[in-house]
Design a protein around this ligand. Structure first.
Ligand code: HEM
Length: 433
């Protein structure tokens, strides 16, 4: 059944237009993450917002939008802020109409650990944490590095390629598929499913929610079949481990188990794919930095950190005040939302000198690209490893790497920023004719 009719979509769009107009009138500046102008480069807008209105009252999200590093850190560290999304029904007229028709709240059904507070969060996180300990991830290094090389082996020595299709998508998809224990031949289906599910993180429109619900349902059915196979015949993989926990009693329901798998696929694929793309764009736009990496490959690790700071994937996250609270001199009433713009905090000049410069030799790159506190990215070490392997393989193999004569196409996903097409000339731009 389709929950959202064309009329619903129009009602939602109309509600958003009204909210944008109200915000513009109140503050003279609008934080609209869906705005098309932000797609190619959101940073000039973030800078303007941070300079003019760093604690911005937003009509669209009915709360505060934070772009300074210290404010971001305060909200992410403070127990007075909850990750459980409670306000959608309250602030959206559209959502209330849907509720009246018995449509389940998309944010409340089967919440993932991302949207839970302790102790419910702790329980889910601890069940998967053992697959992500430093030792477990370090053991994957040879496989991840070999995979990056294998993917590049399939490419020609010269000519143009799309880096997204050739390397940035398959590398994390295959790694997470192997970790979970699902066949890597299904990577194209994973890509499509995880893209649809991830889109709903940054776009609350009815059409996107509908696609994302369909993709989640298909992915869950698919993973459910694999879980059944592992119940009958366990293997050395994460789905078998999770199934074993489920069978121990009431510790993990089937819905929760599938939710964990879906989260890992979505959180683990799109984010890393886009980080690899963002890093390569940054290096090619700052060739002197690429040259440093070519002559000093040991700095590639720092280049990954600088990419996370300079152009990290996750643009923002949100928290809800559980009590009346002050942030940056402004009051946020209990129940209201704080949008923490991680990508803007990472370019706060009070925290990072000359923040708009991509500089792989920075001394202190302690960014917030993986968030902070309770929800600090569980896959951070794996993401770093994959991105480092991708950068290393590319830099070593293609010293003349350059943009091809076709534009970078940026993804319409406004929460996970990155290229969806990155045409590159492997042997330099002039060698391709
Ligand atoms: C460049 C790649 C990645 C980036 C930028 C990234 C970023 C983030 C951020 C910002 C959060 C926290 C959001 C919040 O505080 O509300 C998060 C949480 C999470 N990430 Fe990542 N992530 C990446 C890769 C991965 C990978 C590879 C995996 C696993 C395979 C993963 C799994 C998770 C999980 C499970 C959570 C939820 C943690 C919790 O709620 O306790 N991520 N990630």
């Amino acid at each position: 059944m389709s929950w959202f009719t064309k009329l619903d979509q129009a009602a939602f769009a109309a509600e958003m237009v009204g909210r944008i107009a109200f915000e513009k009138l109140q503050t003279g500046i609008v934080f609209n993450p869906q705005a098309k102008q932000l797609r190619d480069d959101p940073h000039p807008f973030y800078r303007k917002l941070r300079e003019r209105d760093p604690v911005h009252r937003s009509g669209i999200v009915d709360g505060l939008v934070l772009t300074r590093y210290d404010d971001a850190l305060q909200v992410l560290s403070d127990r007075a802020f909850s990750a459980e999304d409670r306000s959608w029904r309250r602030w959206s007229r559209f959502a209330r109409i849907m509720a009246g028709r018995g449509v389940p709240d998309p944010y409340e059904r089967d919440p993932s650990m991302l949207r839970l507070d302790p102790p419910r969060h702790t329980r889910l996180r601890s069940l998967v944490s053992k697959a992500f300990t430093p030792r477990a991830i370090d053991r994957l290094r040879p496989r991840v590095e070999a995979l990056a090389e294998e993917l590049l082996d399939r490419l020609p020595a010269t000519g143009t390629i799309d880096l997204v299709d050739a390397l940035a998508v398959p590398l994390p998809v295959i790694v997470i598929a192997e970790l979970l224990g699902v066949p890597s031949e299904d990577q194209d289906r994973f890509r499509a499913w995880s893209e649809h599910v991830a889109m709903s993180l940054g776009d609350g429109s009815a059409a996107t929610l509908r696609n994302s619900q369909k993709a989640t349902a298909e992915l869950s059915t698919y993973l459910g079949t694999i879980a059944d196979q592992r119940r009958a015949e366990p293997r050395d993989d994460l789905i078998s481990d999770l199934v074993a926990v489920e069978e121990e009693g009431d510790r993990l329901s089937e819905g929760e188990m599938l939710g964990v798998c879906v989260l890992l696929l979505v959180a683990g694929n799109e984010t890393t794919t886009k980080l690899i793309g963002n890093g390569v764009v940054a290096m090619l736009r700052h060739r002197e930095q690429l040259e440093i990496l070519q002559s000093e490959p040991k700095r590639i690790e720092a280049a990954v950190e600088e990419t996370l700071r300079y152009d990290g994937t996750v643009q923002y996250t949100s928290r809800f005040a559980t009590e009346d609270t002050e942030i940056g001199g402004f009051q946020l009433a209990a129940g209201r939302q704080a949008i923490v713009v991680l990508a803007a905090a990472n370019r706060d000049p009070d925290r990072f000198p000359d923040p708009d410069r991509f500089d792989v030799s920075r001394d202190d790159i302690r960014h917030l690209a993986f968030s902070h506190g309770t929800h600090f990215c569980l896959g951070a070490r794996l993401a770093r490893l994959e991105t480092e392997a991708a950068f290393k393989a590319l830099i070593e193999r293609y010293p003349q790497l350059d943009f091809a004569d076709a534009p970078v196409r940026w993804s319409p996903n406004t929460i996970l920023r990155g290229p969806e097409a990155l045409p590159l000339a492997l042997a330099g731009r002039h060698a391709i004719d």
